[in-house]
Design a binder for this molecule. Structure first.
Ligand code: NDP
Ligand code: OXD
Length: 310
């Protein structure tokens, strides 16, 4: 019988126990899923960064650490982690992100706030936004999530540029990469969506200099990670009108401290890291598929490149 350790918060255990056991049964795997297997007897770890396991050294028998999260920045550098680390790539997570990004993009594109907050008896000027093809959108990071979001926006007619580390070809997107590509991708962009992982290379990627490349009055939408944006530079760009509004789902410190300037800034919308949540039913299938792969000698899916950090 395989011993699978579940290392995440208690609430996650309540949500995942049944779907994981159902997926093990469906896959024909004989598994003892528990929150307290002895390390030296643990075959796999189902892992969340806010769970109890932080030292992987005693897990000498463990064949893989299977993350319930897509972002792995808090564990990727853990020197005790010598086992393969697999991150979550899940159609439900992607669908959730596509919906959140599309919703917030359309909010800014259509200028919805003016009418949602303007129910005061005044028949305002009828201002038409440009149609989507005239609205240049840039997606920084066109991996599992960014590519799907970019393609969803392109299918609505937006002119979407995607930027990545390596050269890519994502149908429907104008794809750029590297330093020169970043400059081109940001120059005159009106909406920028950041879906990069947090690594040393992506830290502060939206700094003062790069924010200045955007079209005046641009919008930022960040469901990636907080450190992708230089907070002080963003506040300055909002104050000057260079950026019209920033919708931020992720922050350097979470929960966002109550005295952080983002809370009070009229140009910022804070959402509490809810852009895309992992859904237990689909995530369980993916975790179990990877365990089945490990047990049948097939390569794991979505193995994190420890050198690249994602
Ligand atoms: P992927 O690994 O599939 O994609 C990452 C993309 O970023 C790739 O296109 C990659 O380029 C690019 N990239 C990485 N480093 C660089 C760099 N130095 N320069 C340029 N491009 C770079 O990740 P996902 O799409 O699955 O997830 C992205 C992030 O979204 C996660 O890391 C996590 O932080 C965040 N997230 C947030 C959630 C939320 O609810 N707010 C939920 C889930 C995820 P290349 O293609 O060349 O490798
Ligand atoms: C994730 C997240 O990385 O929720 O999965 O941010």
């Amino acid at each position: 019988m395989l011993k699978v350790l579940f290392s995440a918060k208690s609430r996650a255990w309540d949500e995942y126990q049944a779907p994981l056991n159902a997926a093990f049964a469906k896959a024909g795997l004989d598994v003892d899923l528990s929150r307290d297997h002895p390390p030296a007897e643990t075959d796999y770890i189902v892992f969340a960064p806010n769970g109890p396991v932080t030292d992987f050294a005693p897990y000498t028998r463990t064949k893989a650490v299977l993350s319930l999260w897509a972002g792995v920045e808090t564990v990727v550098d853990n020197p005790t982690l010598t086992q393969p680390l697999c991150r979550l790539v899940d159609t439900s997570l992607t669908q959730g992100m596509v919906e959140w990004v599309t919703g917030h993009t359309l909010r800014h594109h259509l200028g919805m706030d003016a009418h949602i907050h303007g129910q005061d008896g005044i028949w305002r000027d009828q201002i038409s936004p440009p149609l989507a093809p005239k609205r240049p959108v840039t997606v920084l990071g066109i991996g599992a999530l960014g590519a799907a979001c970019g393609q969803a926006l392109a299918s609505l007619g937006f002119a979407v540029t995607g930027w990545s580390r390596s050269a890519k070809n994502v149908p429907g997107l104008h794809c750029l990469h590297g330093d020169d590509g970043l400059r081109t991708a940001l120059t005159d962009a009106q909406i920028v969506i950041t879906l990069l992982p947090q690594t040393p290379q992506t830290k502060d990627i939206l700094n003062a200099e790069r924010l200045a490349l955007l079209a005046k009055g641009a919008f930022i939408i960040n469901p990636g990670r907080g450190p992708l944006i230089d907070d002080a530079a963003l506040v300055q760009a909002l104050d000057s009108g260079q950026i019209a509004h920033a919708t931020l789902d992720v922050f350097r410190v979470e929960p966002l401290p109550v005295d952080h300037p983002f809370w009070a800034h009229p140009g910022v919308t804070v959402t509490p890291h809810i852009a895309a949540t992992t859904r237990p039913e689909t995530a369980a299938e993916i975790i179990v598929d990877n365990i089945q792969r490990g047990e049948t000698g097939r390569p794991f899916l979505n193995v994190v490149d420890r050198g690249l950090g994602y």
